[in-house]
Design a protein around this ligand. Structure first.
Ligand code: SAH
Ligand code: SF4
Ligand code: F3S
Length: 452
């Protein structure tokens, strides 16, 4: 009799860090002989990799869990796992809330999934949330894309922004060694990946926790050094990195980006607020003037650079005038893209306890006003692409129009054009931009240069 393999499903919430963790956990499950299935309600092993950055992100998880918990009563063989940041934040109390769970595991335990599952299969309910040294990756991640890949360079965050749960749930900074990062990239290059995004919650902190310093006392390993160290990896044509912190974003780094041809002219540097008082209350460690100087420097070296960022509206105590300073910064800088959010009080963070919280009505009104401005400015920024020829790295077929493929420019603008995905996937092709929208472009492929 042929026994069909057990099937697993992973749903991922939250940021790129979680997506990268999910790809590694999927790799482990593949290795263990499980088979991926798209539908979470037909899987035998269901893993939710969760996010707790805002309350609505967390609530989403509970509604999915409710349905799966019910299913488990009819299908006792179902294995239910909560991984990621809600798991870390809630720990054991998640088991009280959803007793049907088999495994609750924090982000630092992602690489230990096999171990933990074996404990589950021998009959235990397991909680793994203690801080650990993150093991070097031993399995091959199951990557979503065959063209672009994430590579973690630093885990955790040592900042203490007063609104943010990340340091509580991701732990202290742990850098991977330059050698381990390069080895992963060499493999990616050999497997045909064309673009690598180096990942860290505060990527500018890379290397601070690694041993070694130069004669001048500078850390031996910085993000800048890392870029030089991995830049020549064969096959990898494009490099990006995220997320940058304005407090540590140096001119040395900017110069390296300008100098190194594979590093794309796209920078994600969250500013959070355009008001100095609010920035101070957030403990961000810079002023809006300093932020503007960073962007000026980036643009001095790379005039066409695309700039994206994150911002929060309705932080406790934010006045209308302070909010207008955020609008002013957005107006002046002209972001290519901006992720915006209404402040959400998070358990275990200082700002959640302050008594100057704003009403939901004020927050959502400000969010709407900011989003409107963001769309106007992004559309303005898109105008510069009209008629230009851009290098597009083709990733996928356009799901909404099978005659088209889609990919990204070096500046990270999503771009569509007519073409055959089988022939173009993973190619970098010149595309003349014929239509511009706020957050995407349409163009036509330039005929390939005459071959000899
Ligand atoms: N490490 C990055 C971002 C981490 S979280 C940085 O330092 O910028 C991603 C984004 O979520 C943040 O940039 C912030 O804009 C938003 N965010 C974090 N905590 C939040 C909260 N309590 N309420 C609303 N937005 C929040
Ligand atoms: Fe959160 Fe601040 Fe760390 Fe970013 S730098 S993850 S906002 S604490
Ligand atoms: Fe969310 Fe955790 Fe990322 S809280 S934003 S998944 S670090």
């Amino acid at each position: 009799m042929v026994v069909s393999p057990r099937r697993y499903h992973i749903t991922t919430f939250g940021c790129q860090m979680n997506k990268a963790d999910s790809e590694r956990m999927a790799g482990i499950l593949d290795d263990m002989g499980f088979e991926w299935v798209e539908d979470p309600y037909t899987a035998d092993v269901v893993l939710y990799n969760t996010c707790t950055i805002r309350d609505n992100a967390e609530q989403k998880v509970y509604s999915y869990l409710g349905r799966q918990a019910k299913r488990k009563h009819e299908q006792p063989n179902l294995t239910l796992i909560v991984a990621g940041c809600v798991a870390q934040q809630e720990g054991e109390s998640l088991l009280r809330r959803v007793p049907e769970l088999d495994l609750v595991m924090g982000p630092q335990h992602a690489n230990r999934l096999q171990d933990l599952l074996e404990q589950v299969f021998s009959g235990n309910q397991v909680v793994a949330t203690e801080p650990v040294h993150i093991m070097e990756d031993i399995t091959k991640p199951r990557r979503d894309s065959q063209v672009t890949a994430w590579v973690n360079v630093i885990y955790g965050c040592n900042e203490r922004c007063t609104y943010c749960v990340v340091p509580n749930v991701r732990g202290v900074e742990q850098s991977r060694t330059p050698e381990a990062i390069r080895a992963e990239m060499v493999q990616l290059g050999q497997q045909g990946f064309k673009e690598v995004t180096l990942l860290g919650q505060n990527i500018d902190a890379y290397g601070r926790d690694l041993p070694g310093a130069t004669a001048e006392g500078r850390h031996l390993h910085t993000l800048t050094d890392l870029l030089y160290f991995v830049h020549d990896v064969a096959g990898v044509e494009r490099l990006r990195f995220a997320t940058s912190h304005p407090r540590y974003f140096t001119e040395r780094l900017i110069r390296a980006c300008a100098e190194l041809p594979k590093v794309c002219e796209h920078f994600h540097i969250p500013f959070q607020s355009g008001d100095n008082e609010v920035l101070k209350a957030m403990s961000r460690g810079y002023t809006q003037e300093k932020y503007r100087r960073i962007i000026d420097t980036v643009r001095r070296y790379m005039p066409d650079a695309a700039i994206s960022a994150d911002a929060i509206v309705g932080f406790p105590g934010e006045t209308e005038a302070q909010f207008e300073n955020t609008l002013k910064l957005v107006e002046d800088i002209g972001f290519d893209q901006l992720n915006t959010a209404a402040y959400s009080p998070r358990p275990g963070t200082p700002a959640a306890l302050w008594d100057n919280q704003l009403s939901e009505a004020v927050k959502s009104d400000r969010l709407q006003r900011l989003n409107h401005l963001v769309a106007v400015k992004a559309a303005e920024r898109s105008q510069r692409y009209a008629g230009r020829v851009e290098e597009v790295l083709v990733e996928e077929r356009n799901p909404k129009n099978p005659a088209q493929v889609m990919g990204r420019t070096r500046g990270n603008r999503l771009t569509f054009f007519e073409g055959d995905i089988a022939a173009l996937k993973g190619q970098i092709v010149p595309v003349r931009i014929t239509e511009v929208r706020a957050f995407s472009l349409t163009g036509e492929r330039l005929e390939a240069a005459v071959t000899a």
